[in-house]
Every structure is written in structure tokens, then in C-alpha cells.
Design a binder for this molecule. Structure first.
Ligand code: BGC
Length: 444
């Protein structure tokens, strides 16, 4: 059976600055919260630090050649705030602007659309010292940064993303295992509120500038389902993971306006309600041009299993795949969150553990099966009328996978970090053929 996509479907791959660029302290770049966090003992698997990563800062031609080889129509990248503004505000770093100018020019020359994220987790460390997202001044800092980007690159960027996966900011302030490494839920809730206001204000600013591109936001949805649909504990766990600590925290205020009743009650009861100013909730809920869905898996919560895992008895390192959840999630976005704008799958992919057997990693049938299966369910939702316009695979090459360091390999291309070579895995020519043929064959 052939799974076929519409002629103008946007095929792409995604990366992010902190994960691929390297050159962490070159040409005037200032440290980000991840540069600092990664140096704290025990925070990153095998002690990986993102100083060099894939060295993309020095390898624009190499990276663009791979994109051309794949035949992608669009490339999703992010800007490093501390490369543009080394201390987050004040003096602009001309070398930072020049780097992104060269990169974007090379993409345009190759006929590749640019999908650029303003903020993908890498706050300038100097701003964290001043309270980061917990300080309401972040709104001015972020707007100043966004304004510089709009003015410098606004004629060439096709899609702007204000924030990638704001959940990372929650995790970094409430759970401690992402930068900046804090465990203070009240502060985290305040950070998220400010982040959402930053988003809304940036959309307004973008509209005022009348630039040619479109603007949206990327929220990942890891939908949790009760493993035993009748079990109150499983149901409670799914609600907690979806509404209180998951996508509901963002989608409700962004698309429906205001925090959901469940979250509002929870925050009140636990004294976690953020300080808000009049008009904030309206600011957050702006009409967008598109929504970016990062989808990796659907999860089934079983309270008994979770207890065992917490006791250390039965830790499931690799949860079962429930890729069919993407079909339900796409429907949910339209039905429950009233999303009536084009949707792009802005990330989807699977990691392989690093290990000495390179040949096994290069032979990534698992990735091919994963992507094909996700796309099959995306296509089903499109057949029902859900307006999905494109798909970006995460990621072009193996890179710095945050707390997992360099131990998790998500790339279509294998990164040899020693020789700094990128080697195609089996999935690379496969994805090239999907793009060329606008689809692929699967067994009936
Ligand atoms: C993030 C990426 C990350 C990927 C794989 C997403 O959560 O946006 O930065 O590398 O998933 O974990």
C-alpha cells in the first residue's frame, strides 16, 4: 500500500542551536544556561558538554549539502540568544548576526525554506543570574531579542517559532534535570506565565512589523492515557501528566484563553498561582498562523507500574511505542483546543543508544519503521480533514541530546565526534526517497 502526501507537503528536518553549533565561546558568544548546567557534576550523561557538538558553526556548507542531498523543502533551526546578545541584552554581537546571515543565505540559495525558532531552551546565563524567566523583565529582554531577529532576518525567514517546547522551562525550574537545574514548582509556574506573555507580545510585535513570514509556536504533546480506563489512580495520573504538568499548561492559555479549570484549581490549592497582570491572558492568546506539534509517543499510565518504578524495581527505559496516538492527538487539537490553523509536525524521531557497534547504529531500520508508522497515522488524520501541512524529522544528525549528552543518537546522519564526520544511516536515503516520491510503500 502506498501512503501518499499532497504535492505541496513540506518535508523537512529539525535541529537546534545549542545541540549542533558548538563554537560555544567563539566570536563573542556568551554562555547559555546549558553551557553552565552541563558543567555541573552528574547533570549530563557521561559528562557531555555542548562546546563543540557537530561544529555546525564552522560547517555551514557541509550541513546545507546534506539538506540538499536529502531534498528537504524546509530546514528548522534555532537562534542562539547568547550568540546574538552575549549577555542577553545590550550590545549586539555582529559575528552572531553574520553567522546566521550566512546560514540563511546558503539555505535560500539552495531553495530551502527557513523555519526559525527564537527560543529553544538556551537562555543567556547572564539573564538567569537576574532571575531568568522568573523575572517579569524577561518580557522586555525577550522582545528586544525577538525584535533584533525580526529586523535582521525578517525578509528571509518563512516560519517563525516563538518558543520550542516551553515544557523544558518548567522541567528546568520544577524538576531540576534540565537547565537551569532548579526544583521549585512555584517559581516554575511563574516562569511559564512570563514565557507565555513573551510569546504573545512577540506575536504582536511581529504583526506590527508586517514581515513576509508566518508566526507560530511549538508545543510538544506526549498524551498520557490511563492504562486501565476504569482505574481512578490511572486516570488521575493521566490528568496530572496532561493537564497539570503537560501540554494542557500551554495549549489552554494559548488557544482557548486562560488556564484550565483543573490547572487553576490545582495551583490555588497548592499555592502555586503565578502573579499576573491585567491583560496578560489576552496577550497570551494571540491568533497564530500555524501550530507546530512535536510528537514522539503516546504513553499509558499504570499507577502500579509507576510505584514499582519509583521503588526502583521495574524501570522501563524504553516505553512501548504508541505512535497511533498522533492520530488522536491531531484530532484532540482541533476538537478540544479549537486549533483551526495549519498544523506542522515540527519534530518526530527516535533515539538510538550510543555504543561501540557503529555498523548497528548505521543500520537503523528501527528509525525507518518509527517514522513510517508515525506518518501513516498522520496521513489518516489528514484523510479525516485535519490540516497538516508538513513534517520535520528530528534530527538531521546525532547531536547534543540535553541531559542525555551525546549518548542518544537521533540523527539521519551519524556524527563521528572525533573526526567530525557525518555518515548517512540507512534512514537517510530512505527519507530522501520519501521526500522525492511524496510518500512510501508499506505492507498492507
Ligand atoms: C526537543 C529537542 C530534543 C528532541 C529529542 C524535543 O524535546 O525539542 O531539542 O532533542 O525532542 O529528545
Amino acid at each position: 500500500m502506498k501512503i501518499h502526501f499532497p504535492e505541496n507537503f513540506v518535508w523537512g528536518v529539525a535541529t537546534a542551536a545549542q545541540q549542533i553549533e558548538g563554537a560555544a565561546f567563539e566570536d563573542g558568544r556568551g554562555p547559555s544556561i546549558w553551557d553552565v548546567f552541563s558543567r555541573l557534576p552528574g547533570k549530563i550523561k557521561n559528562g557531555g558538554i555542548p562546546d563543540v557538538c557537530c561544529d555546525s558553526y564552522h560547517n555551514i556548507e557541509r550541513d546545507v549539502a546534506l539538506l540538499v542531498e536529502l531534498g528537504v523543502k524546509a530546514y528548522r533551526l534555532s537562534f542562539s540568544w547568547s550568540r546574538i546578545l552575549p549577555v542577553g541584552t545590550g550590545e549586539v554581537n555582529p559575528a552572531g548576526i553574520a553567522y546566521y546571515k550566512r546560514l540563511i543565505a546558503a539555505l535560500k540559495k539552495a531553495g530551502i525554506q527557513v523555519n526559525a525558532t527564537i527560543y529553544h531552551w538556551d537562555l543567556p546565563y547572564a539573564l538567569q543570574v537576574k532571575g531568568g524567566f522568573g523575572n517579569r523583565e524577561i518580557i522586555g529582554w525577550y522582545l528586544n531579542y525577538a525584535s533584533i531577529l525580526f529586523d535582521s532576518f525578517g525578509q528571509d525567514v518563512d516560519y517563525w517559532v516563538t518558543f520550542n517546547e516551553p515544557i523544558a522551562t518548567f522541567v528546568g525550574h520544577a524538576k531540576g534535570f534540565f537547565a537551569p537545574g532548579l526544583s521549585d514548582e512555584k517559581y516554575a509556574r511563574q516562569c511559564i506565565h512570563h514565557l507565555l506573555v513573551c510569546h504573545g507580545e512577540a506575536v504582536r510585535l511581529f504583526r506590527e512589523k508586517h514581515l513576509p513570514g508566518r508566526i507560530g509556536v511549538v508545543v510538544d504533546v506526549w498524551k498520557h492515557y490511563p492504562a486501565r480506563p476504569e482505574c481512578p489512580e490511572d486516570i488521575a495520573s493521566a490528568v496530572q501528566n496532561n493537564e497539570i504538568e503537560g501540554y494542557g499548561m500551554f495549549l489552554h492559555p494559548l488557544f482557548l484563553g486562560g488556564y484550565s479549570e483543573i490547572l487553576t484549581d490545582y495551583m490555588k490549592k497548592n499555592d502555586l498561582t503565578p502573579k499576573m497582570e491585567p491583560g496578560d491572558l489576552e496577550t497570551i492568546c494571540q491568533k497564530l498562523d500555524f501550530y507546530g506539534l512535536n510528537f514522539y509517543n503516546g504513553l499509558y499510565d499504570n499507577a502500579d507500574e509507576q510505584r514499582k518504578a519509583a521503588e526502583g524495581g521495574n524501570f522501563q527505559n524504553r516505553p512501548e511505542q504508541h505512535l497511533e496516538a498522533v492520530y488522536d492527538v491531531l484530532h484532540m487539537l482541533v476538537r478540544e483546543y479549537k486549533i483551526d490553523i495549519p498544523i506542522y509536525i515540527t519534530e518526530n524521531g527516535i533515539a538510538q543508544d550510543d555504543g561501540p557497534d557503529r555498523a548497528a547504529i548505521l543500520n537503523d531500520d528501527e528509525r525507518i519503521a518509527y517514522v513510517a508508522e508515525t506518518l501513516r497515522h498522520v496521513r489518516r488524520a489528514m484523510d479525516d480533514g485535519i490540516d497538516v501541512r508538513g513534517y520535520y524529522l528530528w534530527s538531521l544528525m546525532d547531536n547534543f541530546e540535553w541531559s542525555a549528552g551525546f549518548a542518544a543518537r537521533f540523527g539521519l546522519y551519524y556524527t563521528d565526534y572525533e573526526k567530525m564526520e557525518l555518515i548517512p544511516k540507512k534512514s537517510a536515503p530512505w527519507y530522501r526517497s520519501v521526500i522525492a516520491e511524496n510518500g512510501f510503500e508499506i505492507a498492507d
